[in-house]
Design a protein around this ligand. Sequence first.
Ligand code: UD1
Length: 420
Amino acid sequence: MEKLYIKGGREPLEGRVRISGAKNAVLPVLAATLLTDELMTIGNVPHLNDVTTTIELLRQMGISVVIDERMNLEVNSSTISSFFAPYEVVKTMRASVLVLGPMLARYGYARVSLPGGCAIGSRPVDIHLESLRKMGAKVDVEDGYIIASAPYMRGADIELPGRTVTGTENLLMAATLARGVTTIRNAAREPEVVDLARCLRKMGADISGEGGDVITVRGRERLHGCGFDVLPDRIETGTFLTAAAMTGGKVRLENTSAGLVDTILCKLTESGAHINTGNGSIEIDMRGERPRGVSIETAPYPAFPTDMQAQFTSLNAVADGSGVVTETVFENRFMHVQEMQRMGADIVVRGNSAYITGSRRLKGAPVMATDLRASASLILAGLVAEGETVVDRIYHIDRGYECIEEKLSQLGADIHRVSA
Ligand code: UD1
């Protein structure tokens, strides 16, 4: 089992770092390759465990995926021989459910494991299933598997009862090959949904309204292959900005976009950061100061992202003053709090809010990562804590951050990975 060892409380982070392609954008784009039997070439792909898992899933289905040394992927779905996503894969990565919509639309059949529970809440897929039924699919759940079939998908007017990112993406992909027009109301507006629509349009899909509440899709008979580069990772961007802020540092992020992280930049400015944005770059300068406490409330895009909640809990734990962090997207997303308390953080959770009083110093401690973003928040806390922090169960972090310890070391952090 690997662990990360961090010696904290040292110098402010300083330097430049290159942001990787977005995990949450590349996963739906990989699923979209199922919609065509022509070659798809995908660039700016981050080297992450979730990407490797998806490639493994596609390969198990008989699809050819060729990876070059720069992580450009060539995917050819024409050799598909199985329409099955097993529990062993889906349980490690909920986003595997994204193959459901495209498989059903292109091949008329899919058997995909139900994702089951996860650390941050029950996370059902009922909205995915109900929407596909509205498009004419027969969808049953048997022995933990979703079994879906349809001779063809039918355009429909669908109002989603809750905002769901992967639910919107599943439906969007299914609609591209449906007969007739599909209207998706109350659609998720996340940049990764927009990026998927951009990819699908390059494949020949007729889509309008992405980024707004209503997406309209006119189904096509077929889609074709294309080359596509995924957008930068806004959560990785936010995580490095927060790390810089917590250490009083000065860091320039490259290959990213300020437009993706508006709400995060606003909150960092409120906490005392000086931000400069350029074409594809963001510079943060804390001028050696401690951040001030800030309150945030998570909600679907364009509000503050739930995937940055844990990192801001960490920021508040070392801030000057206090802050309230309210989580409205997931029901159980404060698992990192107990671990931070072990490092001396002053945090009280009541309902879906965490009340945090900043401490000048946290103390390094052995801590356990419970989910992807929680692990990032513990690393950030470790960077400013006195002494050594050892983060266990870091397989969570490898799901969604490319070479995090290398990138942080590049900025002057004392962090390294040890295999036990
Ligand atoms: C995606 C992101 C994840 C992010 C989340 C919220 C990917 C691969 N993952 O996850 O990083 O934290 O959006 O921004 O893009 N819900 C239902 N029924 C459904 C679907 C969702 O009740 O059928 C609920 C969920 O339990 C949750 C809320 O809706 O409370 C939002 O979830 P959703 O947007 O679907 O999250 P994911 O797409 O799984």
